[in-house]
Design a protein around this ligand. Structure first.
Ligand code: KIV
Ligand code: ZN
Length: 518
C-alpha cells in the first residue's frame, strides 16, 4: 500500500448496530458483510464478541464466510474480552483484534476510577496479550478527543512499543471540531516515537454534525484509516457516514490526493440494504444516497444541467450506483434480466432464492401492469427474510368507517397443518386485524410503530407496511408489501409474531446483550 492509500474501516455491524433500535440478526449481518466486501471496504468490524452469544456467532460467521476484507472484532482491555475476540476471529484469513480503553480525565475519574499509570499499564498488557494471539492489532484510547494531549501521546507511544499496528483516535462523544481534532493528529505525529511505523486512524461521532468534517481534517494531517458506517448509523447521532467520506475524498481528489479501494457504484445498494435491514430510513436530502441527492428542482438549475451536467452536479449519479431508470421489467422479462436488477439493487440471493423471486415476479406481473424497483425489492426481501414461519396468512378481510364498529375476520395456517379462523373488533380496521392475529396465535406484542407507504407508482401501486413492536424487551420488525394494504399490514404483523415465536424457540436471553460501547 502506498502512503496515500486511505483504508476504509467499516463498523456498521458494530458501532452501527448500536444505533437505538438497529439490532440485526445473524442472516442480516452476513448479508451486510457480503455487501461490504463487494463494496470493497478494507476492514469490516463485525461485532463485539464478548457482548453476547449472538455477537460472537456473528463475528465468527463473518470471519469464516466473508473473504477479501480484514475481519475485526472489538475487545475491552482485559483477558476475557481479548481471548473471546480471538476465538471468534481466528478462522478469518485476515483477522484483527481491536482493543480499547478510555483515557480522558472524565472517564478515568468517574467510569474507570483509575489513575493515569494504571491506564498505561492496562493498555500495554491488553495490547501485549492481543499481539501474542494475532499480528494485526488496533488500539483505541476511548474519548481520545477529550484526553490531555501529552497523556494521549504517552499512551499511544507505549502501546506502539507493545505491538499495536493501528492507532485509532476516537472522538467518542462527537465533541471535537475540525481544527482541534486535526491538531491532535498533528501532535501525535510530531511527538510519538514509532508513529511512522503504524497506521493512524480516525473514528468520529456525529453529535455536532461534524463527524465527516473532523475525519477529513485528520486525513490532511496524515491519518490513513477512517472508521465509518453505511448511512452514518451508530450510537446517538451516529458515526462518520461511509458514503460521504468516500465521495468527498474521491470528488476532491485534487485536494486530498488519496487513493481508495472502494467500488463507489455499490454505495447506493449498500445504503438501501442497511436501511432495509435496520428499519432506519435515509432522509431524502441526505448527501450521496438520499432520494433528492441528484434531483434538480429549480428551472435555472434544470436549464444549466441540460447545457452541461457539471454546472450543478459535482458527482455523477451512476458513480454512486443510482440506476438509470426506475421502470424496468414486465411480464415478458427473463430470469437473467431479473437477477441482474436484483444484484444492482443490492441483494445477494442464491439460485433457489432467485428462482422463488422469479416465480413470484411472474405472479405479480400478471396482477400489475408495470413492475418497479420497489416491487422487485419487495419480492427479494420477502424471500430473504421470510424465515421459518409458524403461522401463515390464508385470508384477511376487514371493515371500517364512521358509522360502524371496525372489525376483522382472519384465517391463519399453523405449520402443523391446521387452520384457525376468528373475528374481532378494534379501534380501527388495522387494529382489529392486529388484535385478531394476536388472539389466534396467542402471542401478544406491544406495537411501537406502524406505517404504510406506497413503494411504487400508478393506480395499482404496491403498499409497504412496516411494523415495529416490542416483545420481551426486544424490538422486532416486520415488513411486507402487497397491492392490498390490509394484506400487507397483516403479513407484516404476522412476521413480527413469527419472529417472537422463533425467539422463544431459540431461548434468546435479552440480558446477554447488555454490553455496548460507542
Ligand atoms: O466511539 C468510540 O470510542 C468507540 C471505540 C470503541 C473505538 O466506538
Ligand atoms: Zn464509536
Amino acid at each position: 500500500m502506498t502512503d496515500n492509500r486511505l483504508i476504509i474501516f467499516d463498523t456498521t455491524l458494530r458501532d452501527g448496530e448500536q444505533s437505538p433500535g438497529a439490532s440485526m440478526n445473524l442472516t442480516e449481518k452476513i448479508e451486510i458483510a457480503h455487501a461490504l466486501a463487494e463494496l470493497g471496504v478494507d476492514i469490516i468490524e463485525a461485532g463485539f464478541p464478548i457482548a453476547s452469544p449472538g455477537d460472537f456467532e456473528a463475528v465468527q460467521a463473518v470471519a469464516r464466510q466473508v473473504h477479501g476484507p480484514v475481519i475485526c472484532g472489538l475487545a475491552r482491555c482485559n483477558e476475557a474480552d481479548i481471548t473471546r475476540a480471538w476465538e471468534a476471529l481466528r478462522d478469518a484469513p485476515k483477522p484483527r483484534i481491536h482493543v480499547f480503553l478510555a483515557t480522558s480525565a472524565i472517564h478515568r475519574e468517574f467510569k474507570l476510577r483509575m489513575a493515569k499509570e494504571e491506564i498505561v499499564r492496562r493498555a500495554v498488557e491488553g495490547v501485549t496479550l492481543a499481539r501474542s494471539l494475532c499480528d494485526n492489532i488496533e488500539f483505541s484510547p476511548e474519548d481520545a478527543a477529550r484526553t490531555e494531549l501529552d497523556f494521549l501521546a504517552e499512551v499511544v507511544e507505549k502501546v506502539i512499543e507493545a505491538g499495536a499496528t493501528t492507532i485509532n483516535i476516537p472522538d467518542t462523544v462527537g465533541y471535537a471540531v475540525p481544527d482541534q481534532y486535526a491538531g491532535a493528529i498533528r501532535h501525535l505525529k510530531q511527538n510519538v516515537r514509532g508513529i511512522d511505523k503504524i497506521v493512524l486512524s480516525v473514528h468520529c461521532h456525529n453529535d455536532l454534525g461534524l463527524a465527516v468534517a473532523n475525519s477529513l481534517a485528520a486525513l490532511k494531517e496524515g491519518a490513513r484509516q477512517v472508521e465509518c458506517t453505511i448511512n452514518g448509523i451508530g450510537e446517538r447521532a451516529g458515526n462518520c457516514a461511509l458514503e460521504e467520506i468516500v465521495m468527498a475524498v474521491r470528488t476532491r481528489n485534487d485536494f486530498f490526493g488519496l487513493e481508495l479501494g472502494v467500488n463507489t457504484k455499490r454505495l447506493l445498494p449498500a445504503s438501501r440494504l442497511v436501511s432495509r435491514v435496520t428499519g432506519i430510513h435515509v432522509q431524502r436530502n441526505k448527501a450521496v444516497v438520499g432520494q433528492n441527492a441528484f434531483a434538480h428542482e429549480a428551472g435555472i438549475h434544470q436549464d444549466g444541467m441540460l447545457k452541461h451536467a457539471g454546472t450543478y452536479e459535482i458527482m455523477r449519479p451512476e458513480d454512486v450506483g443510482v440506476l438509470s431508470t426506475d421502470l424496468v421489467l414486465g411480464k415478458h422479462s427473463g430470469r437473467h434480466a431479473l437477477s441482474q436488477r436484483i444484484r444492482d439493487l443490492g441483494y445477494h440471493l442464491d439460485n433457489p432464492q432467485l428462482q422463488k423471486v422469479f416465480d413470484d415476479f411472474k405472479v405479480l406481473a400478471d396482477r400489475k401492469k408495470t413492475i418497479y424497483d420497489g416491487d422487485i425489492e419487495a419480492l427479494a426481501e420477502a424471500v430473504l427474510h421470510s424465515g421459518p414461519a409458524v403461522w401463515t396468512l390464508e385470508a384477511v378481510t376487514c371493515s371500517g368507517g364512521s358509522a360502524t364498529v371496525p372489525c376483522a375476520a382472519i384465517a391463519l395456517w399453523h405449520k402443523a397443518g391446521t387452520i384457525t379462523r376468528d373475528a374481532g373488533t378494534g379501534d380501527g380496521p388495522i387494529d382489529a386485524v392486529f388484535k385478531t392475529i394476536e388472539r389466534i396465535t396467542n402471542v401478544y406484542v406491544k406495537l411501537r410503530k406502524f406505517s404504510i407507504v406506497s413503494v411504487t407508482e400508478d393506480e395499482d401501486a404496491q403498499g409497504e407496511a412496516q411494523v415495529e413492536a416490542e416483545y420481551n424487551g426486544r424490538i422486532l420488525r416486520g415488513r411486507a408489501i402487497s397491492t392490498d394494504i390490509i394484506e400487507a399490514s397483516a403479513l407484516a404483523y404476522l412476521q413480527v409474531i413469527n419472529r417472537a415465536l422463533l425467539r422463544e424457540q431459540l431461548k434468546m436471553n435479552p440480558q446477554t446483550e447488555a454490553v455496548s460501547v460507542t
